[in-house]
Design a protein around this ligand. Structure first.
Ligand code: 5GP
Ligand code: ZN
Length: 114
């Protein structure tokens, strides 16, 4: 998608602090961190949101979540844990229309969200 910020990050047209990359997945630090650890994982393929997942994306999403677990541990969240979040559309607070998983850790987080 030409006008998608995260597709531009995938293509290197917008810089990012990358944590991990392979053929299908990119992980990078959030530009506006809300916790000491706050990074995003995205499929390189443009999927707008979790409502638009297809059954053919099952393996990709499984890999994405296992990578989220692995990187959270690598960044020091293994012992005390972290929050793994997927916002979706307007009511879910999604601001970038390219599917992404937030991982937030390094401090206790409130629940429920406001
Ligand atoms: P959403 O609200 O859609 O779930 O989250 C989008 C996230 O993307 C926000 O936390 C925001 O800070 C982050 N973000 C938006 N633009 C950029 C960018 O250009 N670079 C990086 N690294 N993060 C971004
Ligand atoms: Zn995109």
């Amino acid at each position: 998608m030409d006008d998608c910020i995260f597709c531009k990050i995938v293509k290197g047209e917008i810089p990012s602090k990358k944590i991990y990359e392979d053929d299908e997945i990119l992980a990078f630090h959030d530009v506006s961190p809300q916790a000491p650890v706050h990074f995003l994982l995205i499929p390189k393929k443009h999927i707008r949101n979790i409502m638009e997942l297809d059954t053919s994306d099952t393996a990709l999403l499984g890999r994405l979540l296992f990578k989220a677990q692995e990187l959270a541990v690598d960044l020091g969240c293994g012992e005390k844990g972290a929050r793994f979040v997927i916002n979706c559309k307007e009511n879910g607070g999604q601001t970038v229309d390219h599917l992404h998983v937030h991982v937030l850790g390094g401090r206790p987080l409130d629940w429920p969200p406001g």
